[in-house]
Design a protein around this ligand. Structure first.
Ligand code: ADP
Ligand code: MG
Length: 289
């Protein structure tokens, strides 16, 4: 491993395995932005903060494939969270934030004026960096969303959905005897799985995760990573991570962002072993350009 790193560092800049890398200055995306079976298609997405004063991401074009796990990586501040929040219009909640371009799902731009963001955010659920259970019981954390969205009609249906969601999030066995206790009393890793269960309970198709393990210890992280692997059978998952190891463990495709640009997108193995762009190479070898 050490030798490999030394070999990497010894290579002349701009070359990798005899190939010429795309120059740092080029900011058009390298790699296949399209997939055969897209669940969402982002086209020319720009995001500005402070009422247009600051551009955070620039002309992002990217498909999110059905039932894939796609990771977003890149240096802090490169726009990963901003991009993720575009996918369920969470940026709408930030004052002065403006989103341009198209994000197509089921042949409709989710930014069209007639789109109701409440069902959209159930369909495209989100799990945040810091676990954020409601100040309610474990049971009510899960039951709240389905009640609001009219997915359950009575106590029996609610019980069933609560159990099913907790099982899918791998938490049922640990909490089934204390469903009436506060969600905030769980460990950090359990809280994060509670938040995943809460997201699952409203029947999403896509789950967005913004550094879901960064507040967790390695064991809780491993449990969440296993869970992500299981969930991809049923859901499409877009995950932001600052851990390249995590991206390579959980995702099939990886997108590398740099200063608001999508620099490179490709199969995860290729991004980490054989990137095409010099900036990606700089990042994965720990040498920032
Ligand atoms: P990342 O998640 O990759 O660390 P972000 O998406 O959080 O990056 O941020 C991208 C850029 O947008 C950064 O320059 C950041 O300072 C800026 N930014 C993020 N959120 C806001 C906000 N609410 N208001 C103003 N600027 C913001
Ligand atoms: Mg972020």
């Amino acid at each position: 491993m050490k030798e490999d790193q030394a070999a990497v560092d010894a290579r002349p800049a701009g070359k990798r395995a005899g190939r010429t890398l795309v120059a740092r200055e080029q900011r058009t995306t390298v790699g296949q932005i399209q997939v055969d079976n897209p669940r969402m298609s982002c086209r020319n997405v720009d995001v500005y903060y402070n009422f247009g004063e600051k551009q955070a991401i620039n002309n992002i074009c990217l498909d999110i494939g059905k039932n894939e796990v796609i990771s977003m990586i890149g240096p802090s501040g490169c726009g990963k969270s901003t991009f993720l929040r575009c996918l369920n219009r969470m940026n709408d909640t930030i004052e002065g934030c403006q989103v341009q371009g198209e994000i197509i799902m089921d042949k409709k731009n989710i930014y069209d004026k007639d789109v109701d963001v409440v069902p959209l955010r159930a369909q495209v659920g989100m799990v945040f960096q810091k676990p954020n259970p409601f100040p309610k019981s474990i049971y009510d954390n899960i039951a709240y969303g389905p009640k609001i969205h009219g997915l359950v009609q009575n106590r029996d249906e609610t019980d069933e959905l609560v159990e099913k969601s907790l099982k899918r999030a791998g938490l049922w066995r640990e909490v089934k005897d204390r469903l009436d206790q506060p969600g905030t009393g769980l460990s950090g890793g359990q809280q994060q799985r509670l938040c995943i269960a809460r997201t699952i309970a409203v029947n999403p198709e896509i789950i967005l995760m913004d550094e879901p393990c960064s507040a967790l210890d390695p064991i809780a992280t491993a449990i969440i990573e296993e869970l992500i692997d299981e969930l991809k059978q049923e859901y499409t998952i877009a995950i932001v991570t600052h851990s390249m190891q995590q991206a390579s463990r959980v995702s099939q495709r990886t997108a590398y962002f740099h200063l608001g640009d999508l620099i490179e997108i490709g199969p995860t193995d290729q991004i980490f072993l054989n990137p095409l762009h010099q900036l990606t190479e700089d990042y994965i070898t720990g040498r920032f350009g």
